[in-house]
Design a protein around this ligand. Structure first.
Ligand code: PNW
Length: 459
């Protein structure tokens, strides 16, 4: 039996655009994902989040399912255009009411709400009028929106995440064009990333000044990072793996912990990487109360010879900026996303974070896998997901044993949902959703996770 500390938080996560639907209801404005998904060719099969799991209407039933699962915490995101249809100005009372009732329903079931303020659904007017994350003014808009949320929900919510995976917003949204707003550029990702960081810092500053003293919650940025293992023991490949990690996680975590970007990014990117003023550095430094990590996979890294293959682009960003060639070990099991299943990668990444950021409290705010699940005779067997979760939660246990301060773990995801550019073709949930009828069927992994929570560990 691998037992966890009594206070360990067992949760699961989802996000607004992926589950809510009701895209034109309740006074909601459009987001860049509404527009992107409706643009021909941007998502697989032209799928959109117009309806998806219809959680907006079915949230009570969903929270009851979470309670059956034994979840202690549920992490969701707020749709900015549901709160501010144009991204600024007065809040929309119907939007406030929806999240308020969701929070109350969770609390009634003893499930602790964790809120991400931004999980990629930017109000489209901010994109059209201001170029979205390319405009420095967006930091103030975001802080104003965040303050509305702290004011409306902070009496009942103590766990806040500012941005979910700014790396994805910057790199997939502005570099590779795979996510909204679908731009392709070698410089915009670094500019967008800069303003994402400043928006985070401004929102945290607002929380700490005006809300934290009496609301007594905690707040952090939520970063994603995969592990990069050197392909060989050569000094070049070790340096390549380290460089890849600094371009991935260091990009968004170094400024939050030490006030500036990794030196290697400055060296390699030159003027494409914006500079912080002294005042901004001060605002950023120490702007997370804990370390929120989303983690999915591992790849091998070696020093590139300048000839970057497509794999380097799709899985880790703009390879030629980093001089890193990524590859996979052919013996590794792959998920339905083609992502490698390597539990020890999480163990090593937790060690890297522990060392680099002075032993922060770490919450794993997403981890999970897509598998080709099928409903057969009313049940959904997903043994590969159970193996995946068992392996990754086992890696967390090893990290704890080594003295790394991991405080909680959230499975991505509570139920199947709209998987961005992959539409409904990929299933990440512990609950199966029949998208034709909206019916929910807990998979075998849901039962397995409920037992894990009940045992507070792995058998
Ligand atoms: C995360 N990558 O996305 C998101 O937070 C979720 O909304 C999403 O459904 C989940 O992981 C599964 O994809 C990521 O390319 C998308 O490294 C892409 C990457 C990482 C995370």
């Amino acid at each position: 039996m691998k037992t966890f500390p009594q206070s360990f938080v067992w949760g699961s996560a989802a996000s607004s655009y992926q589950i809510e639907g009701a895209w034109q209801e309740g006074g909601k404005g459009l987001s860049i994902w509404d527009v992107f998904a409706h643009t021909p060719g941007k998502t697989l099969g032209g799928h959109t989040g117009d309806v998806t799991t219809d959680h907006f209407h079915r949230y009570k039933e969903d929270v009851a399912l979470m309670a059956d699962l034994g979840l202690q915490a549920y992490r969701f995101s707020i749709s900015w255009p549901r709160i501010q249809p144009d991204g600024r100005g007065k809040p929309n009372p119907e939007g406030i009411r929806f999240y308020s009732e969701l929070i109350d329903t969770l609390l009634k079931h003893n499930i602790t709400p964790w809120i991400a303020l931004y999980h990629w659904d930017l109000p489209v007017s901010l994109q059209m009028e201001f170029d979205g994350w390319l405009n420095p003014g967006i930091a103030d808009f975001f802080a104003d929106y965040a303050a509305i949320c702290f004011e409306a929900f902070g009496d009942r919510v103590r766990n806040w995440l500012t941005l979910n995976e700014p790396w994805c917003s910057a790199m997939l949204g502005y570099g590779l064009g795979l996510h909204a707003p679908g731009r392709h550029s070698h410089s915009e990702p670094y500019l967008a990333g800069h303003h994402l960081l400043l928006a985070h810092a401004r929102a945290v500053d607002r929380y700490r000044r005006d809300f934290q003293p009496h609301q007594k919650g905690r707040i952090a940025i939520c970063n994603n990072c995969d592990w990069r293992e050197p392909l060989t023991g050569s000094p070049q490949d070790r340096a390549a793996a380290q460089r890849a990690l600094e371009f991935f996680l260091g990009w968004f975590a170094d400024p939050v912990y030490s006030g500036d970007y990794p030196a290697v990014m400055r060296q390699r990117l030159g003027e494409r990487l914006p500079c912080f003023t002294d005042q901004q550095r001060e605002l950023l430094k120490g702007s997370s109360d804990f370390f929120a990590l989303n983690h999915y996979t591992t790849m091998l890294a070696s020093q590139s010879n300048g000839q970057i293959t497509s794999e380097a682009y799709s899985n880790g960003g703009i390879g030629d900026d980093q001089l890193v060639q990524l590859s996979s070990d052919p013996t590794w099991v792959k998920t339905d996303m083609g992502w490698n299943v390597v539990p020890w990668g999480l163990r090593k990444l937790l060690g890297w974070i522990h060392e680099r950021y002075q032993a922060p409290e770490i919450f794993i705010t997403e981890n999970g896998c897509a598998m080709p699940d099928q409903c057969v005779g009313g049940t959904v067997a997903d043994p590969d997901r159970i193996t995946f979760l068992n392996g990754y939660i086992g890696a967390v246990h090893e990290a704890l044993a080594a003295g790394i301060d991991v405080k909680g773990y959230f499975v991505w995801s509570f139920m199947d949902n709209f998987e961005w550019a992959e539409g409904f073709s990929k299933r990440f949930g512990m609950t199966y959703v029949d998208y034709a009828t909206g019916q929910r069927i807990p998979k075998k992994s849901a039962q397995w996770y409920a037992n894990t929570i009940k045992n507070n560990g792995l058998k």
